[in-house]
Design a protein around this ligand. Structure first.
Ligand SMILES: [Zn+2]
Length: 233
């Protein structure tokens, strides 16, 4: 078909170019995404925060987290060594504003968590709840053994209304987040708790605070391979 040479002359090179442009764009997009992911990881690890990015909740057990705390004592509670410096700075900064603050809980052993959980079940039973409801409430309020962040040594409970108000606005500056905010119950699997703060490091705390996310949502966005996210229950 020799006459096609003249009519097909302009169309043929275009047809050959299009797939190669598509492939080039795809390769560039993959490279860009890979580069962005690598930069984010590099940025986080540069600030020494990677080790503390651990998700523990009713669906992600402490034993599977791969985290083993190296405990140090701060004001009567034990915490992982990674958060000691920031915790001390945070307590000092809070007190510098004239706000008293007390730590009421830090690390808990599996035995302590079990005993706390059983006490809460008993308390709910004593208040007239049936066995199933008592178990469910204890699960939401205290956490079954293996599902509490206190077993990581990366969580503290703070006492005092004024201290909790100060923490709500300022804890992120020291790498801590309000772990169970109002309205996040379905995502975290736990009741709202204004006393419980979790150390995630400066970078992640700032991002979680400014984006107004739960740790589950944050992990789902940036660390999906490590986290099982249950959004509705
Ligand atoms: Zn707590």
């Amino acid at each position: 078909m020799p006459e096609k040479n003249t009519t097909g002359e302009h169309a043929a090179p275009k047809r050959r170019l299009r797939p190669s442009i598509k492939i080039a764009i795809l390769v560039l997009a993959v490279l860009l995404l890979g580069w962005m992911g690598a930069r984010l990881h590099h940025w986080i690890s540069q600030r020494g925060d990677t080790r503390v990015i651990v998700l523990v909740n009713p669906w992600n057990d402490v034993d599977n987290s791969g985290f083993s705390p190296k405990l140090r004592t701060v004001e009567g509670v034990q915490v992982d060594k990674s958060c000691v410096e920031d915790l001390n700075e945070m307590l000092a900064a809070c007190r510098a504003t004239g706000t008293p603050i007390t730590l009421t809980a830090g690390y808990r052993s599996p035995e302590e968590q079990l005993s706390l959980f059983e006490n809460e079940v008993s308390r709910q039973r004593a208040a007239g709840r049936d066995a199933d409801t008592a178990y469910l409430l204890a699960e939401q309020r205290v956490g079954t053994p293996g599902t509490s962040e206190h077993q990581l040594g990366l969580a503290v409970d703070v006492q005092g209304t004024a201290a909790q108000e100060w923490m709500r606005e300022n804890a992120w500056r020291y790498g801590f987040i309000l772990r169970y905010p109002e309205g996040s119950e379905a995502v975290t699997g736990r009741s709202a708790d204004s006393s419980h703060y979790r150390y995630v490091g400066l970078t992640v705390a700032e991002q979680i605070y400014s984006l107004d996310l739960s740790l589950e949502e944050y992990m789902g966005m940036f660390f999906t391979q490590d986290a099982e996210i249950v959004l509705d229950k």
